[in-house]
Each structure stands twice: as C-alpha cells, then as structure tokens.
Design a protein around this ligand. Structure first.
Ligand SMILES: Cc1ncc(C[n+]2csc(CCOP(=O)(O)OP(=O)(O)O)c2C)c(N)n1
Ligand code: SF4
Ligand SMILES: [Mg+2]
Length: 336
C-alpha cells in the first residue's frame, strides 16, 4: 500500500561552526590501504563524516575503490557499493530513484537518506561525464556526486587524464631529451562546465581537504539543498605527483594560494568565492605558481620558460575571465 506520508525530503545538516564543533563519529575508519599522505582517503573520511550515518556511498573504480575494499577488510561503516568506472552518475541517479520508489510504495520507511556517488577524475571528468550530466538534469532525485581529483588515472599507474595539469610527467607523458613537454593541453574546467550547463542542478562547489571544515560544510549544503548536486575536490597524491607524503596538506593550500585551484560555490546560479580564494578576489596577492609546482617531482623537468607559461595561463584566469577562476570566457572589449 502506498505510503501517503512520503516526502522526498533531504536531511537538514547544519554547517559545523568551527573545528571544535565537528562530530567525533567516524564512518570511514581503519582498514584501507591507500598510500601514506593520500589526500583522497582524507576526502572520503571527511565527506562521510559530514554526511552522517544515514548515508549510502557508491564509488566508481579507482584508488578509492581498490585500496578501500580489499577482500575481507573495509574502512566503510556505512553501506557502500562499487560501480563501473564511468557510472558514478548512473549509480547516484538509480539509487536515489530506487529509494524514492520504495518509499513511495510504502516498502521502506519514508526518511531522508543521503546518496553520495564518488568518482575519480578519470571516471568522472573523462569517462563518466555523460552520466553525471544526465544525473544533474533530474531535479526530482536527491544525490551528491563528489569528484576526487588526483589529476591522473592513479590506480592503474598514473596515466594522464583530462584533469592532469599542463606539462606534468605521467606514465603517458614522460619528458624526453628531444621533447620536454609531452602533455601540452590545459586542464579541464569540470566544475565550471557542469555549473554553467545544468540549470536543474542547484549546487556545484569546489573543495580542498586542506580546509577541512569548509569542505565538510560544502558537503552538508549539497546534501541539504535537494536535487542532484556536484562537488569537485582537488586531492594531492604523493605517488602520482611525486613528493614527500608530509607535504600533502601544504600542497593543498598552495593550490589555492597560487590561484591554480579556486574555491567557489554556485548556489541557484549565484557564484560565491570563499576562503583564501575570496581574499584573492578581494585583492590579496596570489603566490607564484612555482612555489607549488617545484615541490612536485612531476614538474621537475620544467624550465623557466615552462614556469612562465603556466603562470601566464593562471594569470589569465584571474585577470581576464568574466568570473575569475570560474567561467573561462571574457567579453570582447574593443581596443584591448
Ligand atoms: C571501463 C574500464 N576501463 C578501464 C578500467 C581500468 N581502470 C581501473 S581503475 C582506473 C583508473 C581510474 O582513474 P580515476 O577515475 O582517476 O581514479 P584513481 O585511480 O585516480 O583514483 C582504470 C583505467 C576499468 N576498470 N574499467
Ligand atoms: S596513488 Fe594517489 S590517490 Fe591512489 S592511494 Fe596512492 S596517494 Fe591515494
Ligand atoms: Mg584520478
């Protein structure tokens, strides 16, 4: 018999007002086998801590699947399901639709349950982009897709993805004596693209786990707002980026302070820069990109010319883009 009390409500998750107010319960604990200093593992932990116990997590193939679900061990305390590499969008939509149908038919208690599907940059920004786009067109289903971006197909040994930065050394783009820069494409602007093109999606944000409370609060907002939502997280990866694991936190900060990875949210069409990115928009100087790049072995082959090119491209995001760091267009101004 149909449950007439069905509401399709989301959970109301208030923002944490400072680190001391963050809940102590963990839903991603010991039992994983990620590398020392793996920021993506921290993202999983913070994501599900913010979401709380009434949450289903779905994850596409990649490090956060393979290293987190070795046979007979898992760090996940909440229900978790693996999905195919390009399917995080389909998994989110299907699970949200399934829960809705069961609750509507009275086969399950009607209560808000968070549905989060995560994907890597290979699975989300490249292979599964179509499925994510489809999910973001369905306002009637509540779900969050979180893209953890370690800037390579890391699990299969650091192949280049559409999210890999210009010039980086990957197993598909090793610098050689004849040609120094093999990867000559600029990184995809995934969050900006999804925010600009999906009018049914009420919330898109970028996050960085070096700013953990802010990151958790964006997850909470995404899960509360209703409909499909999208979060893009930049995750330093000691193995793929080739640096000492103790630098993960610092590199996360430098990505923001240099302006390479801007922090912003787009809520019902309104763009808000936040954190240190907001300070940059308001006039605080950006740190030179070399401070970030030269701490990583994947850029060790860069010459002064390469550093200048990278800096000029980042400067363009800030000095020319109509919405700095968000939308890669600028208006034609005669004479300029
Ligand atoms: C359809 C398909 N093609 C290729 C693979 C092999 N594969 C498994 S994990 C992976 C890398 C995924 O990269 P990403 O999504 O960025 O996650 P990461 O490994 O970086 O965490 C690949 C190519 C697969 N599982 N399925
Ligand atoms: S390769 Fe990178 S993303 Fe994968 S487990 Fe290691 S640090 Fe984490
Ligand atoms: Mg990846």
């Amino acid at each position: 018999m149909a449950d007439t009390t069905f509401t399709n409500a989301t959970q109301i998750l208030e923002p944490f007002k400072g680190v001391k107010k963050v809940t102590i319960e963990e839903y991603f604990t010991s039992g994983h086998r990620t590398c020392q200093g793996c920021e993506s593992a921290l993202v999983m932990k913070l994501m599900v801590k913010a979401a709380g116990p009434r949450t289903i997590v779905l994850g596409s193939t990649g490090c956060m699947y393979v290293a987190n679900t070795t046979y007979y061990t898992t760090p996940w305390v909440v229900p978790w399901m693996h999905t195919q590499l390009g399917s995080s969008g389909s998994a989110a939509l299907g699970t949200a639709a399934g829960l809705k149908a069961l609750m509507k038919k009275g086969k399950m208690k009607s209560e808000p349950i968070n549905v989060i599907a995560f994907c890597g940059d290979g699975g989300g920004a490249d292979m599964g982009l179509g499925a994510i786009s489809a999910t973001l067109t369905h306002r009637e289903y509540n779900s969050l897709i979180l893209l953890y971006d370690n800037e390579s197909y890391a699990n299969t040994d650091i192949q280049l993805s559409g999210s890999t930065p210009y010039g980086a050394n990957t197993t598909f783009s090793p610098p050689g004596s004849v040609k120094r820069i093999i990867h000559t494409r600029w990184k995809k602007n995934t969050a900006g693209m999804l925010a600009a093109g999906h009018p049914e999606c009420r919330y898109v944000a970028t996050v960085d786990a070096s700013y953990a409370v802010e990151m958790m609060n964006k997850v909470r907002k995404a899960l509360t707002i209703s409909g499909p939502t999208f979060i893009h997280s930049l995750d330093p990866c000691p193995k793929g980026w080739d640096y000492d694991p103790m630098l993960s936190h610092e590199l996360g900060e430098l990505a923001v302070e240099t302006g390479i990875f801007p922090l912003y949210e787009v809520e019902d069409g309104v763009v808000r820069h936040y954190g240190k990115t907001k300070a940059i928009v308001e006039g605080r100087p950006r740190k030179p990109v070399r401070e970030y790049l030269l701490k990583q072995g994947r850029f060790a082959h860069f010459t002064e010319e390469d550093l200048e090119y990278f800096q000029a491209k980042v400067d363009e995001m800030w000095d020319k883009w109509e919405i700095p760091g968000v939308i890669p267009f600028w208006k034609e101004r005669p004479g300029k």
